[in-house]
Design a protein around this ligand. Structure first.
Ligand code: FPP
Length: 229
């Protein structure tokens, strides 16, 4: 794969943990934990491939509203584990951590761990790993619009984009969704206007670095015209 044909920014909708666990007659938490392990390996591969930005959908606003408390507690437990332990290995590999979404309804200690995760990132990191947590694109756009209206600034594509959580990140070139569904589920809707979409039936815990490479290969064969000819 030519570096020139690689995406600069990849977004991943990590779907299928629950089904993966069910196939093994295990609780959903087992699937999320395996999903976290898969994510760690994908991020390493992305770093090796010199992909400069990777954004993972770890928890949507809708997940937070609609999942049973026990499952959310398990997910918060994984975030605690990740941000107090695994994150250090990531820093060593040159990752800068960013979190997008509304942290305010999360448990206070999780909020603190996420903030520390961002703050302690190496300033000269090689790539940016963004976690979308209690994130929803529509709420993000509405929030940006509201703050523009309050400020009295004219609403333009640029001014609105500068009020999004992702301000400063390039737009995603490739969005990967595992688990077989073919939709974006409120993930980076504004930012993905010209992203290439890659859907795979592979359930996220089975999404190995080699599967990730397949998505990159498919991307490298796509022709992006951005509305031109
Ligand atoms: C969707 O699968 C996945 C999630 C709601 C959570 C994604 C979280 C991880 C991969 C763990 C990440 C860990 C950290 C620390 C960021 P699903 O449960 O909806 O699967 P299903 O569609 O098969 O039920």
């Amino acid at each position: 794969m030519e570096a020139a044909n690689l995406p600069r920014h990849v977004g991943i909708i990590m779907d299928g943990n629950g089904r993966w666990a069910k196939l093994r007659h295990k609780p959903r938490s087992f699937g999320h934990s395996a999903g976290m392990d898969a994510m760690i390996e994908i991020v390493k591969r992305a770093g090796e491939r010199e992909i400069h930005y990777i954004t993972v959908y770890a928890l949507s606003t809708e997940n937070l509203k609609n999942r049973p408390k026990e499952e959310l507690d398990e997910l918060f437990g994984l975030l605690r584990k990740y941000f107090s332990h695994h994150v250090k290995e990531l820093y060593k590999r040159g990752a800068k951590v960013k979190v997008i979404g509304d942290k305010s309804p999360l448990p206070a200690d999780v909020q603190k761990l996420l903030e520390d995760g961002e703050k302690n990132s190496p300033p000269d990191g090689k790539f940016t790993l963004t976690f979308a947590i209690n994130y929803g694109s529509r709420a993000e756009i509405a929030r940006a619009a509201e703050s523009l209206i309050k400020s009295g600034e004219p609403v333009t594509e640029e001014s609105l984009a500068s009020g999004l959580y992702t301000y400063g990140l390039p737009e995603p070139d490739l969005i990967i969704r595992t688990g077989g569904e073919m939709r974006l589920s409120n993930f980076l809707l504004w930012q993905s206007a010209y992203a290439e979409l890659y859907f795979t039936p592979v359930l996220f815990p089975d999404f190995t670095p080699d599967e990730f490479d397949k998505a990159l290969e498919e991307y490298s064969r796509r022709t992006r015209r951005f509305g031109g000819i």
